[in-house]
Ligand binder design. Sequence first.
Ligand code: KIV
Length: 271
Amino acid sequence: MSVHSEIKKITTETLRKMKFDKEKITMLTAYDFTTAKMVDAGGVDSILIGDSAANVMAGHETTLPITLDQMIYHTQCVVRGVERALVVADLPFGTYQSNPEKALDSAVRMMKEGGAHAIKIEGGKEVEESIRKIVNAGIPVCGHLGLTPQSIYQFGTYKVRAKEDAEAEKLISDCKLLEELGCFAVVLEKIPAALAKKASESISIPTIGIGAGSDCDGQVLVYHDMVGMNQGFSPKFLRRYLDLYTEITGAVSQYVKDVKSSEFPNEKESY
Ligand code: KIV
């Protein structure tokens, strides 16, 4: 028996069961093979190829510019590094909002060419028909509500969403709609913890929070943020587990010194 077949792969069904068993779900982003390998080896349940790749990998100010081809490329790289985790890929801005047929085409490309196990879409009622069409084609869909970065020009700010009653009520009804449509999970981004708790108790599919408190069924963070590669981004919800920016710039400057002083390579490092 090969090592591969001994690894128990995480599926959407596993996540549902984890919510039922009250076991917290872990998700982190990855956009490349090497990171995906490390994140998978660290034991996360799900890896998200977020369209945050537009920010973290490409240096764009928003997530809007990234294309479906670019997201497919990142997904292909991640899939090659993963043995256990459920791989979820974002459909980028403009690839699913205009009509359900286009949404299905985008989702099919992401599954077929990218090799994703599931896709993620931002929005509730507004994208109902797109989600219905994709789910009916047998593609697992993760919803995303609250602060949905693809709508940043409508929001005008990255501040906490759904603090007012009307938006909070819409969020709960969107959660129920996503469950009805057959989504397997929903990401809740930057909303009050009490609302996230209410949302998590209102539906049987798992909620995965980012800046949404501890009562979600799981948590997601952007990998580059949690390992401290990103110094300029410090929202309250972020916990940094490493300070890789300092570590890496320190290592680079040591390498520069070593080469300049002819200390590297030494005899043992030469043929
Ligand atoms: O794009 C992304 O990384 C995301 C997470 C922040 C949930 O959507």
